[in-house]
Design a protein around this ligand. Structure first.
Ligand SMILES: [Zn+2]
Length: 179
């Protein structure tokens, strides 16, 4: 098992869409950023990369790279999942906290879970989204920003015993590619 933590915050802005967990939420302000600025998915990406010891999201998807301009963060989440997969790990569970005084996140949680579980290939009961406010205090309390935290547990995929014991697999050059 490997555990990782992620945190992200984005400034709110007029004329931007508010996208959290890959769900567009109707609201007067959106989040500012190079991509769609989905703070929840960015925190999850960072937690996954952290669990692998692979740095952070900024190293893989620099905000100076035009190919990531306004990109859906679901695409970034998929790419990070592919890195996890290449490292022979799978996601065991994900816990998150969204910190926003406005708007109400509750009605959108199920759709967010659906998006995340589809991409990370885990059942929805392994994804948890908690929403809290900062009680009107600070930048988040004034509605100037929305933040998210995530913790992800990864499980290393074990090779089947029958394969490990069978010397044929050890010498088969296709073996690496198949897994
Ligand atoms: Zn971000």
């Amino acid at each position: 098992m490997r555990i990782g933590i992620g945190y992200d915050i984005h400034r709110t802005a007029q004329g931007r869409k508010l996208v959290l967990g890959g769900v567009e939420i109707p609201y007067v302000r959106g989040l500012e950023g190079h991509s769609d600025a989905d703070a929840l998915l960015h925190a999850i990406c960072d937690a996954m990369l952290g669990a692998l010891g692979e740095g952070d999201i900024g190293m893989f998807f620099p905000d100076t790279d035009p190919q990531y301009e306004n990109v859906s963060s679901l695409v970034l989440l998929k790419r990070v999942w592919e890195i996890v997969s290449k490292r022979k790990c799978k996601v065991y569970n994900v816990d998150t906290v969204l910190i926003a005084d406005e708007p109400k996140i509750g009605p959108f949680k199920d759709a967010m879970k659906e998006n995340i579980s589809r991409i990370l290939k885990v059942s929805r009961d392994k994804i948890n989204i908690k929403a809290t406010t900062s009680e009107g205090v600070g930048t988040i309390g004034r509605g100037e920003a929305i933040a998210a935290q995530a913790v992800v547990l990864l499980e290393e995929i074990k090779r089947r015993k029958s394969e490990a014991r069978n010397p044929k697999f050890e010498t088969n050059s296709n073996y690496q590619n198949r897994e």
